[in-house]
Ligand binder design. Structure first.
Ligand code: ATP
Ligand code: MG
Length: 400
């Protein structure tokens, strides 16, 4: 069927009072960005809805993009008609016939344009009768319809829509500021990034890389993860920090049980510096309480001491199985489980302290000067940009 619109509903955003315009503008920007290679499609924003005018573009890839755009509560493919009874009836019939025979249906009419002479109840009946007369094997079911055909009679035109497709909900990426996501190659941190993005937070990523202990493929894994995340918002910058010298020094100088704690503190210090340089006001990590030695309450207390930046920890109360479910759903699981070591698995001691204390760390760090290594790591940071993968069309495809 040739659809000419996609109607987007905002859901939660609509409740946000004065912020609403800010959120809907950001959503409009993100939708445009995600569908930019479908050049004929145009986005129109109104107070409580958004419309993608397809202008002949194929609806399927655009539907796929909408499933991933935060801030979209639900959306429907729509046919636009003039505010005329017969045209509306025909569109409803067309939408029903697009479903397999046997699908039950209901008509739900809403008339916001009070100048239209027939009220919603009456329209429900008239359209229902017309559809029944002109189709076979599509029963009415007002309680649990297989498809709810919605008819909205508005000022300029009527929109007739079939199935409601669920969007991911949340708030549009970029509407709640930016965070620096500490992105390892593991399962957890990409999920943390995804959940932060779901609350409208834009992300840049920081990755600590320790060549030759970790290789180019480990770095590629992180780039691929960032690219996968980029489809939920916009492009993602990745700051790759050369971490080898610092890690080697920590490993040599700090008593074994505390090397991981100190290494984590270094990561946070450097992350804060990179955040500051880029005007970012928070950090995000994939920590989950109790999961490993560095994620106990005592560890977090000791590691967190080096920064007063807020650290978002979206996974903090989640079980591993819940995290894995999300990772699978957002297509990061397969990338995360590729078998390359990250810098932590290379240097991690067999038995790190699970209850490291601040006083002990002060004692161990006090005798060693790490500042030049930190400085070099910050200066040597390389920035890469991961862009959402789009089926870019050849520029003149339409003319061929
Ligand atoms: P993940 O699956 O995200 O690696 P994890 O369960 O393996 O998490 P840790 O390795 O202890 O946990 O790391 C805890 C958090 O510290 C990670 O979720 C991530 O945010 C951050 N982190 C760990 N290693 C790195 C790294 N090499 N670069 C950037 N951040 C890292
Ligand atoms: Mg890890």
């Amino acid at each position: 069927m040739q659809y000419d619109h996609i109607l987007i509903r905002y859901g939660e955003m609509a409740l946000k009072g004065k912020n609403r315009k800010h959120f809907t503008r950001q959503l409009e920007h993100n939708v445009k960005d995600q569908i930019r290679s479908y050049r004929k499609a145009k986005v129109e924003r109104t107070r409580d809805r958004m419309y993608i005018h397809l202008h002949g573009e194929d609806h399927e890839p655009i539907v796929e993009a909408c499933r991933n755009i935060f801030g979209i509560h639900s959306f429907s493919l729509a046919i636009r008609t003039a505010n005329e009874e017969l045209a509306i009836k025909q569109a409803a019939l067309q939408l029903l016939l697009d479903n397999p025979a046997g699908t039950s249906f209901k008509i739900s009419c809403r008339r916001t344009n009070k100048k239209f002479p027939i009220d919603s109840q009456e329209m429900n009946q008239r359209i229902g009768a017309y559809v029944l007369q002109n189709s076979e094997g599509y029963p009415v079911d007002v309680r649990k319809p297989g498809v709810d055909i919605m008819v909205e009679i508005r000022e300029q035109a009527t929109y007739v829509t079939g199935q409601k497709i669920k969007g991911p909900g949340g708030l549009p990426a970029g509407s709640s500021g930016k965070t620096l996501l500490m992105l390892s190659g593991g399962i957890d941190s990409p999920v943390a990034g995804y959940l932060a993005m779901k609350r409208g937070v834009e992300i840049e990523a920081i990755h600590f890389h320790s060549p030759p202990y970790t290789n180019e493929r480990a770095k590629q894994k992180v780039i691929d993860l960032a690219q996968t995340l980029s489809k939920f918002g916009a492009k993602v910058k990745i700051h790759v920090v050369p971490f080898t010298d610092l890690q080697v020094k920590v490993h040599q100088e700090i008593p074994f049980g505390y090397s991981m704690t100190v290494m984590r503190r270094m990561m946070l210090k450097i992350s804060e510096r990179i955040a500051e340089q880029n005007g970012i006001l928070s950090l995000t990590s994939g920590e989950s309480l109790g999961q490993v030695a560095s994620q106990t309450m005592e560890s977090m207390h000791t590691i967190n001491e080096v920064t007063n930046y807020p650290i978002l920890r979206p996974l903090i109360t989640m079980d591993k199985s819940e995290i894995i479910d999300i990772a699978k759903q957002i297509d990061t699981y397969e990338i995360s489980t590729r078998p390359y070591d990250d810098c932590c698995t290379v240097f991690v001691p067999d038995s790190p302290k699970t209850k490291p204390r601040r006083e002990k760390v002060h004692l161990y760090e006090g005798t060693i000067d790490f500042s030049s290594e930190i400085e070099r790591a910050v200066k040597g940071t390389e920035t890469i940009t991961a862009v959402p993968e789009l089926e870019e069309k050849a520029p003149f495809a339409d003319l061929l």
